[in-house]
Design a protein around this ligand. Structure first.
Ligand code: NI
Length: 196
């Protein structure tokens, strides 16, 4: 074999090992520490018109749900479950801030949320913002959303979106999540274990 061939083979083997190592680290981080990747900085506007960032949620646990106020069933159910669970938690619920973040900022302006949010809970915070601000927040929480393509819908369009309730710790770190349909009793039980 020529020196050139040896060099090419060595370079190829080295590259293969490097790629395998990068993939291994990526998979490992995704399994063990996917945790660290949920949550992060955001700047949004609450339903009273105040600017809010992730810093405002620190010092307490936060239950965070992304949805939209025009949602016919999924969002109201998830929000209701989340807030029933908080009521079941009793006095410890004071250590948990419930938060709704819209994924439909075009329609869910702070003014619309001002009417919507208090229907659910006096302590619920509703967050909206520009399309870019909402997109950044949703990306931080790995939330998927998209307008349902329906030319007939006009202003009554639906949104596809992930329906997951996140529990963050008082430092803004991800603790756990509740999938849609967990039910308030299961959520309250888990909250009792985690919120202290
Ligand atoms: Ni929904």
């Amino acid at each position: 074999m020529s020196d050139r061939k040896v060099t090419i083979i060595l370079a190829t083997v080295f590259m293969a090992i490097a790629v395998a190592a990068i993939v291994a680290v990526y998979v490992w981080r995704d399994e063990g520490g996917g945790i660290a990747k949920i949550g992060g900085p955001f700047t949004l506007v609450d339903h009273t018109g105040q600017e809010r960032t992730e810093a405002d949620l620190k010092g307490r646990h936060a239950l965070i749900y992304f949805g939209y106020s025009f949602c016919p069933d999924v969002c109201p159910t998830a929000l209701a479950d989340m807030l029933i669970a908080l009521d079941e938690l009793g006095p410890a619920a004071a250590r948990v801030q419930p938060v709704f973040i819209t994924i439909d900022p075009d329609r869910d302006t702070p003014a619309v949320l001002k009417d919507y949010i208090p229907n659910f809970h006096p302590r619920l915070i509703g967050l909206s913002g520009s399309a870019a601000q909402v997109s950044k927040a949703a990306r931080a929480y790995r939330v998927y959303y998209a307008k349902v393509d329906d030319p007939e819908a006009g202003e009554n369009y639906l949104m596809d979106h992930s329906s997951v309730i996140y529990l963050m710790d008082p430092d803004g770190r991800y603790l756990t999540h509740f999938s849609h349909g967990s039910g308030p009793d299961t959520m309250a039980k888990r909250l009792r274990e985690l919120v202290s």
